[in-house]
Ligand binder design. Structure first.
Ligand code: CU
Length: 170
């Protein structure tokens, strides 16, 4: 039984460490998602990994969040097919490595208000960063990737809970 207990302890610790390693970034920190803040400078000093989350905080209706490709980013013009996030507390889980672009689609907030930034998401494992790909893959496959990550976290949590229950019973 001792070995089972040791195994379960390791499993629980592994699950906990995984949860701790994912970082949640509030975009703009205390400033939130608002006009006239240098978001590119905010992003420069940070390392983003798959599994981390971006949280956009703003007064609902004042702004929105658009995930765009590099071309739309340069032009501050998102295709009409892209659905904006509008809750005022928008959480984006970084599901895939590579370059990502975000902007506000309200009025001229992108052009004149500097509400835009790009990041490069690094792989989850601690390995040398692969060079960012130049291919601009728009987001149709992103929701499914994001939900599968959420699902795997859910399973990890269930395993952790199950392990703790077993540990108490053993
Ligand atoms: Cu805005």
């Amino acid at each position: 039984m001792a070995s089972l207990r040791a195994f379960l302890t390791v499993a629980i610790v592994a699950v906990s460490v995984h949860a701790i390693l994912a970082t949640e970034y509030v975009v703009g920190d205390a400033k939130g998602w608002s006009l006239n803040f240098n978001y590119q400078a905010w992003a420069e000093g940070k390392e983003f990994h798959v599994g981390d989350k971006l949280v956009f905080k703003y007064a609902q209706g004042a702004h929105n969040v658009l995930r765009v490709d590099g071309t739309a980013f340069q032009q501050c013009a998102a295709p009409a097919t892209i659905q904006p996030l509008t809750t005022g507390n928008d959480v984006i889980t970084l599901a895939t490595p590579g370059p990502k672009w975000y902007l506000c689609g309200v009025g001229k907030h992108c052009e004149s208000g500097n509400m835009k930034f790009s990041i490069t998401v690094l792989p989850q494992v601690e390995s040398p960063a692969s060079p960012p790909s130049d291919s601009l893959v728009p987001s149709p496959n992103l929701p499914s990737a994001a939900s599968s990550i959420v699902l795997s976290e859910y399973y990890a949590l269930m395993i952790g809970v199950f392990g703790i229950v077993l540990l108490i019973m053993v």
